[in-house]
Ligand binder design. Structure first.
Ligand SMILES: [Zn+2]
Length: 377
């Protein structure tokens, strides 16, 4: 078998019909699909080869990341601030788990998940275990059912919805019994997901927002931002240390950064948030506000990738400085995942896609050059 564009398109069509008609009254189907995409992106090899299996634990961590910022109050109107419902019946169980967890640990609404991960290690592990169980029990065995048809076109798992919690616990204890935690992707699905990432991701997010809007009788336009936007407020504190690390020069044009107007500093997501939502320090650079505005949601050009790779790889002082900044600010460095994401995204970018160079200038991707760079990363 070989991979053709037609195969990718028919896969995308099946995913869309699943979004449309899947037998789900909650947002789980979106969370599971995005979660699988996230794991695949982050765990692809340096040469951009996606994994063929993932574990329920890896998926649970990603699904938790998705629901974490959504499980805080949303300002519905002047007098009402409430957690949005994401199911036509009872609230989604994973949201309840997060709300309880926040209460128990007395966490503020703004606490990012990665700070919890390091600060409350064992509590975090227990939370992931609960989320994992919820996924095993319900969405995973049901997701690929459309009407009366069940087709394993995305993944294969070894259990069905009759699985018991004790079986799963037993497996976790001694890795034996009727359950195993592997989610085996169907042929080429990893490849499809990374290739279709920039198309499927915004579509799934849009459908997710529309569903939440409908359940809560709210306007959709207000919701997408709340559900999926980057936590810019938190990242502001990273601007000054990053600026210092870059010797007060813009990451993109290398000119000095000023303090006001178009030349003032801004923290930029190197891989645009719209293409891959990642808040780790490894994905942040500081640029002029004007350069940031020109870059928009484009992928940065070849030379910028080279500079990013230099900054993030090996035992150079940049990396240890970044690590220091992360620790000082209680932030997550995340360089391993980002390496996977950057190489996967660039190696699966179509040759005719234009990359942003500077100002209004664009260039074509230089794949051999970038592959070489990624191989030494
Ligand atoms: Zn600049």
């Amino acid at each position: 078998m070989s991979l053709s564009d037609n195969d990718a398109i028919s896969f995308a069509e099946r995913v869309l019909s699943l979004l449309d008609q899947g037998s789900f009254s909650s947002s789980y189907k979106y969370a599971v699909l995005l979660g699988i995409m996230d794991v695949v992106m982050e765990r692809s090899s340096k040469s951009g080869v996606p994994p063929t299996t993932l574990t329920t634990w890896q998926l649970a961590e990603k699904v938790l990341e998705l629901y974490w910022p959504q499980s805080i109050g949303f300002q519905i109107n002047k007098s009402c601030n409430d957690i949005l419902k994401q199911n036509t019946g009872n609230q989604v169980a994973i949201i309840n788990l997060i709300v309880d967890f926040r209460k128990r640990s007395e966490l503020g609404a703004a606490a990012p998940l990665f700070s919890v991960k390091t600060k409350y290690k064992s509590e975090y592990q227990r939370l992931v275990e609960e989320v994992e169980w919820k996924l095993i029990e319900m969405p995973l065995p049901k997701l690929q059912r459309i009407g009366s048809q069940y087709r394993e076109f995305i993944y294969h798992i070894s259990w069905d919805d009759s699985v018991s919690r004790s079986t799963v616990r037993k497996w976790h204890k001694n890795q034996s019994g009727d359950f195993n935690n592997q989610i085996m992707l169907a042929d080429f699905v990893g490849e499809y997901l990374v290739r279709l990432n920039s198309l499927l991701r915004p579509l799934i997010q849009k459908e997710w927002s529309a569903m939440v809007a409908q359940i809560n009788k709210l306007e959709e336009s207000k919701l997408e931002n709340f559900l999926f936007s980057a936590s810019r407020a938190g990242a502001a504190k990273l601007c000054e240390p990053l600026r210092e690390l870059q010797e007060n020069r813009c990451f993109y044009c290398h000119q000095y950064i000023g303090n006001s107007g178009k030349l003032k500093p801004e923290v930029d997501h190197f891989i645009p948030w719209a293409r891959y939502p990642n808040d780790s320090l490894a994905n942040y650079v500081v640029s002029h506000s004007i350069c940031n505005a020109n870059k928009k949601d484009y992928l940065a050009g070849n030379a910028h990738v080279e500079n990013w790779v230099k900054r993030i790889s090996g035992n150079n002082s940049y990396l240890s400085d970044l690590d220091f900044i992360a620790k000082q600010n209680n932030w997550y460095l995340g360089e391993t995942e980002m390496k996977g994401v950057v190489s996967t995204i660039y190696q699966h970018t179509l040759p005719e896609v234009e990359l942003w160079k500077l100002g209004k200038e664009f260039e074509l991707i230089d794949k051999p050059y970038l592959s070489e760079l990624f191989s030494i990363m």
